[in-house]
Ligand binder design. Structure first.
Ligand SMILES: NC(=O)c1ccc[n+]([C@@H]2O[C@H](COP(=O)([O-])OP(=O)(O)OC[C@H]3O[C@@H](n4cnc5c(N)ncnc54)[C@H](O)[C@@H]3O)[C@@H](O)[C@H]2O)c1
Length: 245
């Protein structure tokens, strides 16, 4: 007997999914059968390639331009998405920034809260769930960027807070704490993707750095019924670095 994750009939909203981990999550959810809606700050033209890609493996993803740090706009967008697609089953709070203190707080902490609150009434109807992207750096204090670590600790704390608040509504909330996953920022820091991969070969217990797809698989699991008894859990997805590195 084999198992499969079937997200058919579900509507999933993924924030900050124009690129990187969010894009991989949107693709993975689409492949599993969900109607995915991507929220990001960029112009729709910039995500056409990604939207085309989703159409090849499942239902074409929708796109809504939205700055998640703007509370009113976020509310409107979720209302509109629920109206257009009829429901919301999954919210992946993936959008995150490395920026100044204020912007980091606005996006990493407040934006996560705004999206969760805006999605809550719809998720309550579907008994849906939320996945929040925090960071392993909140445990290690790594990255050397205090405003990033501090505000990602905010999204970690929100995972527990929202899990506690929403559990009685039938909404599960869980988190993922990744470390060193290939991104434009890391590629830029090391000069190229290959240079970054080479650097982390000897650093990571599994002998390689993370790829967005690694994190997308964890997100798909948490968003699925396979994780039906997980609530308030934060999975450390770091190739073993924290525990055995
Ligand atoms: N890449 C890593 O090594 C790593 C490690 C730990 C945690 N994370 C977390 O994973 C998530 C994704 O990381 P990534 O590396 O793919 O990032 P990324 O920078 O590649 O992508 C982030 C996306 O968020 C969008 N975004 C930024 N501000 C926004 C806003 N106000 N409203 C809506 N969208 C906005 C960006 O346009 C971008 O598309 C982030 O929350 C990050 O903190 C990443």
């Amino acid at each position: 007997m084999s198992y499969e994750i079937d997200m058919g009939g579900k509507v999933a909203v993924v924030t900050g999914a124009a690129q990187g981990i969010g894009a991989a999550i949107a693709e993975k959810l689409t492949q599993a059968g969900a109607q995915t809606v991507i929220l990001d700050v960029c112009q729709e033209e910039q995500v056409q390639e990604l939207l085309d890609k989703t159409e090849k493996t499942g239902k074409r993803a929708g796109y809504r331009q939205c700055d998640i740090s703007k509370e009113e706009k976020v509310k409107q967008v979720f209302e509109e998405i629920a109206g257009t697609y009829g429901r919301v089953d999954i919210l992946v709070n993936n959008a995150g920034v490395v920026a100044d203190w204020n912007t980091s707080y606005q996006v990493n902490a407040l934006g996560t809260y705004y999206c969760s609150e805006a999605a809550r009434p719809y998720l309550e109807k579907t008994k849906g769930n939320i996945v929040i992207l925090t960071s392993a750096s909140v445990f290690s204090g790594g990255t050397g960027i205090p405003q990033y670590v501090t505000t990602k600790a905010g999204s970690y704390a929100l995972t527990r807070f929202l899990a506690r608040e929403y559990a009685r509504l039938g909404i599960r909330v869980n988190g993922i704490a990744p470390a060193v996953v290939m991104s434009k920022m890391l590629a830029t820091r090391f000069g190229s993707e290959e240079a970054a991969r080479e650097h982390y070969k000897s650093v990571m217990p599994l002998g390689r750095m993370g790829e967005p797809e690694d994190i997308a698989s964890v997100a798909l699991f948490l968003a699925s019924d396979m994780a039906s008894y997980l609530c308030g859990e934060v999975l450390i997805a770091d190739g073993g670095r924290m525990h055995i590195g």
